[in-house]
Ligand binder design. Structure first.
Ligand code: G3I
Length: 382
């Protein structure tokens, strides 16, 4: 059972706010009446959209309340961990599909689709693979191809879309997390880049296409959503990469925009809408693959005010994404109780949880849920 954080008591709030808490609480903007009481996947499907969320096999098997929410709300699942290199091939030549099969079996039982995440990434890479990638391009190519051979053949019948390469774009200067040295142009310095050179992205997509002619091949990245110089530079880097791949007829079908949004960052809907359109103009699908919201530390205001701020940003973001041509939206989890944001020391809140997913800690629908529903319906804020 997931331990509960110590809830912020009224005493922990500034006195004025505590007093206000005793008076009429701030009114929620996205009230229960503002959205139909139907599953998000059903609301989305009504406008030709797909809604889904990230899951883990452990949560699906050990947290029945989580499983019930996912069964009710999502049409599409993505394994938060079980599709990664470290999970699937922990030792060279020893493949372990047990974690992924648990998710796939659950999905099959509840008639959900599953997208794969992620074949080539610099994280969740087991030590043996990291070492092998350092042994030169021939060895690295062998590691890449052996992994794809086994994973794509084993999952072929049950996964029809994969994040082939995850997070290849180098972060511009001024990142929260310092970038390792050795970027190559727009590409981040990773073991894959060091082993195979800037061509590793094309090599990965070509290898996937050679193994499965109809698999949907996606490139997935983050940090391209906000109205900041940093995000604008990252958008341009991603567009340059995509245009280069397209110019060389590298087989790629889709781009996943992770959308780990940050409330503290400015957002301009028309800017993001136009960015999505620029990717669509390359004849690429665009998905929102990991939507959630990180609040500032400390979070601002009481729960109603926080939920309103999150909901307004999510509504603006999804409305712009859908107007730009996005047709698939996944959140990275479904309830604040299990968000990865609470597990990341750098962003976790003190004695509280980020309120960046559709359901709160007590598994009640939040304003964010209703904001998503209204964005799926093409309805304004309210
Ligand atoms: O280490 C254990 C491993 O021994 C065990 O076999 C496995 C299966 O239970 O779990 C592993 O534990 C952790 C795993 O999550 C499962 O909870 C790993 O230590 C931990 O590093 C891993 O963190 C995940 C992280 O990606 C790295 O893979 C987070 O849950 C997941 O939310 C996060 O998701 C990433 C996306 O893939 C890419 N975009 C950013 C996003 C957030 O960082």
């Amino acid at each position: 059972m997931t331990p509960r954080p110590v809830r912020r008591s009224l005493l922990a709030l500034p006195l004025g706010m505590a007093l206000a808490g005793r008076q009429a609480a701030a009114q929620a903007l996205f009230t229960p009446a503002s959205a139909p009481d139907r599953p998000l996947a059903e609301i989305a499907a009504g406008r030709g959209l797909v809604y889904g969320c990230a899951v883990t096999g452990n949560l699906l098997s050990q947290e029945p309340e989580f499983a019930a929410l996912v069964a009710q709300e999502a049409a599409l699942l993505v394994p938060e961990y079980e599709g990664k290199f470290a999970s699937l091939q922990p030792e060279e030549g020893r493949f372990d599909f047990s974690g992924l099969d648990a998710v796939l079996n659950w999905a099959q039982h509840f008639r959900k689709a599953v997208r794969g995440h992620a074949l080539v990434w610099q994280e969740a890479l087991p030590d043996w693979a990291r070492a092998a990638l350092g042994e030169g391009p021939h060895r690295a190519r062998g590691v890449l191809e052996a992994h794809m051979d086994r994973v794509l053949s084993t999952t072929r019948a049950r996964i029809r879309e994969w994040d082939v390469v995850n997070e290849p774009i180098a972060n511009p200067p001024g990142s929260d997390v310092p970038e390792p040295p050795g970027n190559s142009g727009d590409l981040r310095a990773t073991p894959w880049l060091r082993a195979l050179g800037p061509d590793y992205v094309a090599i990965a997509f070509q290898a996937a296409r050679q193994r499965d002619p109809t698999l949907r091949l996606a490139l997935n990245d983050y940090g391209v959503e906000a109205d900041t110089p940093w995000a604008e530079e990252k958008r341009q880097r991603l567009l340059r990469l995509l245009r280069g791949l397209r110019a060389r007829n590298v087989p790629i079908d889709a781009v996943g925009i992770q959308a780990h949004l940050q409330l503290r960052e400015a957002f301009r809907p028309e800017q993001f809408r136009d960015f999505v359109r620029q990717i669509r103009a390359l004849d690429l699908q665009v998905l929102i693959t990991e939507l959630d919201m990180r609040e500032p530390k400390p979070p601002q205001g009481d729960y109603v005010a926080r939920d309103t701020a999150v909901a307004l940003r999510v509504h603006a973001f999804l409305s712009a994404a859908i107007e730009g041509g996005v047709r698939t939206v996944l959140t990275w989890g479904i309830s604040d109780r299990w968000t990865w944001l609470n597990r990341e020391p750098a962003v976790a809140l003190d004695n509280d949880t980020h309120r960046g997913l559709p359901y709160d800690w007590e598994l009640k629908r939040k304003q964010m849920w209703r904001a998503m529903a209204r964005a799926f319906l093409g309805q304004p804020v309210g």
